[in-house]
Design a protein around this ligand. Sequence first.
Ligand SMILES: *Cc1c(COP(=O)(O)O)cnc(C)c1O
Length: 359
Amino acid sequence: MSRAPRLLNPGPVNLTEGVRAALGGQDVCHRELEFAELTLDVRARLERVYADASPGYEALLLTGSGTCAVEAMLASLVPPQGRVLVVANGVYGERMVAMLEAHGRPHAVLSAPWLAAIDLSRVAQRLREGDFTHVATVQNETTTGRLNEIAPLAEVCREHGAALLLDAVSSFGSEAIDFAGWRPAGVAATANKCLHGAPGIAFVLADSAALDAPGAPPALYLDLRRYRAAQREGFSPFTQATHVMAALREALRELEQAGGWQARQSLYRTRSARIRGALASLGVESLLDPAESSCSIGAFELPAGRTYAELHAALKRAGFVIYAGQGQLASSVFRIANMGELSGSDLERLAAACAEFMA
Ligand SMILES: *Cc1c(COP(=O)(O)O)cnc(C)c1O
């Protein structure tokens, strides 16, 4: 069997042998005590990935992709009489707008150009003018790899009494999330990006106080309060991806053993600096400055006269899966993520394959 390609897309990621073994472990029923124990263990581990998240935050697990967790967060934590300001500078911010539209929640959008940072003075102005109960945004906007600055945004939210809801799907486990300082009402993420689990389980770390506030069930499957009631004891209202849950526990164990999110951040920073360096030496420019980029994914300008399809095919032949640009960036940009199990020699081979393509 030939070696599986190295996945340089922003999740799903290459698994470690340990996580893969956990995925192939025992078959369990989601209504049995052994699964409840597994769920409680995973919840506790998620609540301590960031030391200041516990106590005060509850991890609620849903079987679904990252989008499922973001939608459950918005639908459950914004009350029907609430009003959300979505601060968007990419595809995932815009997706939050589509969710609020689908759920019929009052909202407004503050859009920044995809290559621009969030303009805090405009956020403050909108919050002064409008009657917003919540602000929703994306920490690592995977569209461009921009790491939006959440600390000053959280400060503006606090000044105006708006609760912060964060899509941290591509940053949870590898970027700083200051639960104590920012006090987000909810943070949504997934097993299969920076945590290195398998796809199939996503979660929301929700402020207990926000969950205590009465909320009309927004939907059946996405109702976080329904999950909260059952998961206190480790059970879930609906069938969970049991094997994926076991794999997530192993992934969280490995994260802890490796030194937690800080260690993962420095690993990712080393990897992304190598990728950037290799591409820069070939004349391929990063879309954003490293100082404003996340550690887990970078966007690069396609070399003149070459298409994404050509680059993708050449790298696929060399054993790598890269990612296209989205929307308005689809024909000018490609992306390389560096999450998951990757070795130094993988990165050397990647650099060589890029050099060969450019030659
Ligand atoms: C990956 C991602 C999502 C969710 O995507 P799914 O395909 O549903 O897993 C949401 N937000 C961000 C920022 C992401 O990177």
